[in-house]
Design a binder for this molecule. Structure first.
Ligand SMILES: C[S@@+](CC[C@H](N)C(=O)[O-])C[C@H]1O[C@@H](n2cnc3c(N)ncnc32)[C@H](O)[C@@H]1O
Length: 214
């Protein structure tokens, strides 16, 4: 069976520079990223930015916690190249976040921002289980994802961009996200809904969750 996620990643790969130009410098999510840096308290912690894209979260963590050791993971080589150019002193690894067996050691904190919506429920469970294995007990996880898209709240599955590129998306409400995380061994700390940035290609409502690995 073809891998629907490979199609989405090919689209991200092709459009990596454009994505980075549009979203890397946005300050809209700084308050969300601060949830994780507050937890780190400037310690020389190991931090994982999963589905890092151009390194939006990693750049914030690098600036706020210079002592952190940061690993950025993405399946798209071009997104990792954007992260390499934009975020100083981070390690980069090309990997599919459904199988993180190549990632060594344990982490003190992680972010998985705007990656969950590219996975169906079975694969989302694999990603969250992989994160659970990589985090130390008690470690915080920041997860942000799209809940609903303006125009069609039920829109999920194959979508086509204006340029004809395909992406497979799976949108979830807060309760579904928290349930998936709980099943993977994460305890909710706080959750909120926010509007997408003004320059987003499609307006959406997003959910931001801070949870702790049990
Ligand atoms: C919307 S971007 C989010 C990037 C960044 N975290 C942010 O908040 O802006 C989604 C990212 O998920 C990555 N991605 C999608 N499927 C993946 C997979 N199976 N494994 C690793 N990364 C994946 C894409 O390549 C893309 O960089």
């Amino acid at each position: 069976m073809p891998d629907y996620n490979a199609t989405s990643v090919a689209t991200f790969d092709k459009n990596a520079a454009r994505y980075a130009d549009k979203y890397f410098a946005l300050r809209d999510y700084d308050a969300c990223y601060a949830l994780i840096t507050t937890e780190l308290q400037g310690r020389p912690a190991r931090f994982l930015d999963l589905a890092c894209g151009p390194g939006n979260v990693a750049a914030y963590v690098r600036a706020q916690c210079p002592a952190a050791q940061i690993l950025c993971v993405d399946r798209s080589a071009q997104m990792l190249e954007q992260a390499r150019q934009r975020v100083p002193e981070v390690e980069l690894l090309q990997a599919d976040c459904r199988d993180l067996s190549a990632v060594p050691g344990r982490f003190d904190a992680a972010a998985f921002c705007f990656g969950l919506s590219y996975f169906d429920d079975a694969d989302a469970a694999l990603v969250l289980a992989a994160l659970q294995r990589l985090l130390r007990p008690g470690a915080p996880l920041l997860l942000a994802t799209v809940a609903t898209v303006a125009g069609d709240p039920a829109l999920s599955g194959e979508q086509q961009t204006a340029a004809g590129d395909k992406v497979y998306s799976f949108y979830r409400e807060q309760d579904q996200i928290v349930a998936l995380m709980a099943a993977a061994g994460f305890e909710l700390m706080q959750a909120s809904r926010i509007a997408s940035p003004a320059n987003a290609s499609v307006a959406s409502t997003d959910v931001v969750v801070l949870a702790r690995r049990r």
